[in-house]
Design a protein around this ligand. Structure first.
Ligand SMILES: [Mg+2]
Length: 352
């Protein structure tokens, strides 16, 4: 889907150290906790009396991304978002990242510059410091591994195991758009294979494609919760679909949950493209993934603080563990929630 006539510099021309210097020349420091960044044997971070959170995610070509429609700059940006999302899910502020890249010789220096441009744009936008990493050669595809650090008042950490019966289940933003963006891009890739002259018209799908190619992590939510004086009882980011994240919280917290189908926040673009693809939009929201929104639970007493906030939607509540995990449909059927990806719910229906 790309035509690229730009100059190509082979990785071997710069060598490993030259490449690191070259790629990191625009790296800036935003965080006072970064005592030492790139350029020594290790970075030095000083979070004083706050807790430090650490998380790592690896993205592998052909498994997590397809360069046929994923521009490298977007890939770099997204690789950072995936990690920051996990930091924000702990109710923490993201402060530093390290970036490790393995690339084969088919990637010229200019390609890695594009990747790094996305990484540094994300760092600048989210005020995190790139403090280290590694570059190495790979025999085939491209691999990016990012580690993110963050800081949080130990009293405010939100883990997955604190939800209790009668807590409200809350999601940020809307769900399913990133997955449908991927479906649109996959469809265009197939069209392009048959007819390389076809110019994809992605305009009607702009929101969906952007959610897939350039997701934004919810940096604003820990700040919003602090401003609302709400301490969530548990929190997780929605990377694999609402179903699997609800299951994670319920299993860790030893509770059950009811999610109400009619409450699940969907963008109108998701509803219309699901009709076009003849897919059930609830299934997409539950199982689609890559939304990088947050799912959290709050005590009922906080209802008034969150009920009118446009960023937050109450989608259900926590129950006793023995009651299990269910989706309550618009028709008032209770369907067990399972992390089942693409299977339809049809075999699982139970009358209530
Ligand atoms: Mg996560």
């Amino acid at each position: 889907m790309f035509e690229d006539n730009s100059p190509k510099t082979s990785l071997s021309e710069l060598g490993e150290f030259g490449l690191i210097d070259h790629l990191t020349r625009f790296v800036e420091i935003y965080q006072p906790s970064t005592l030492k960044g790139i350029g020594d044997d290790a970075a030095v971070i000083h979070h004083k009396d706050e807790a430090t959170v650490v998380t790592t995610d690896m993205l592998v070509e052909g498994v997590h991304f397809d360069l046929a429609y994923m521009p490298l700059k977007h890939l770099g940006y997204k690789a950072v978002m995936v990690n920051l999302s996990d930091v924000y899910a702990m109710n923490a502020e993201a402060t530093q990242i390290t970036v490790s890249i393995a690339a084969s010789n088919r990637f010229p220096v200019e390609a890695l510059e594009e990747l790094y441009a996305g990484i540094t744009l994300a760092a600048k936008t989210y005020k995190v410091d790139v403090v280290g990493g590694d570059t190495t050669s790979s025999t085939s595809g491209l691999v990016i591994s990012i580690t993110a650090l963050g800081r949080v008042d130990p009293k405010k950490v939100t883990s997955r195991d604190g939800a209790k019966p009668n807590d409200l289940l809350v999601v940020t933003g809307d769900l399913g758009a990133a997955y449908m963006g991927l479906q649109v891009l996959e469809r265009e890739k197939q069209v392009f294979k048959v007819n390389p002259n076809a110019q994809p018209d992605l305009e009607p799908y702009a929101y969906l494609v952007e959610r897939q190619l350039k997701p934004e992590a919810r940096k604003d939510i820990p700040d919003l919760l602090a401003a609302l004086e709400v301490q969530p009882t548990s929190m997780i980011d929605i990377s694999d679909g609402l179903s699997s994240e609800v299951i994670h919280i319920c299993k860790s917290s030893k509770v059950g949950a009811n999610i109400f189908e009619e409450k699940i926040p969907l963008d109108p673009a998701v509803i219309s493209v699901c009709e076009e693809f003849n897919i059930d939009s609830t299934t997409i929201a539950l199982n689609g993934g890559e939304d990088y929104e947050l799912l959290f639970t709050v005590d009922q007493k906080d209802f008034d603080k969150i009920k009118a906030n446009p960023n937050l939607t109450i989608v259900g509540h926590i129950t006793e563990e023995r009651e299990g995990m269910h989706l309550v449909t618009r028709g008032n059927q209770k369907i067990p929630i399972k992390a089942q990806g693409w299977n339809s719910f049809d075999d699982e229906k139970e009358e209530d």
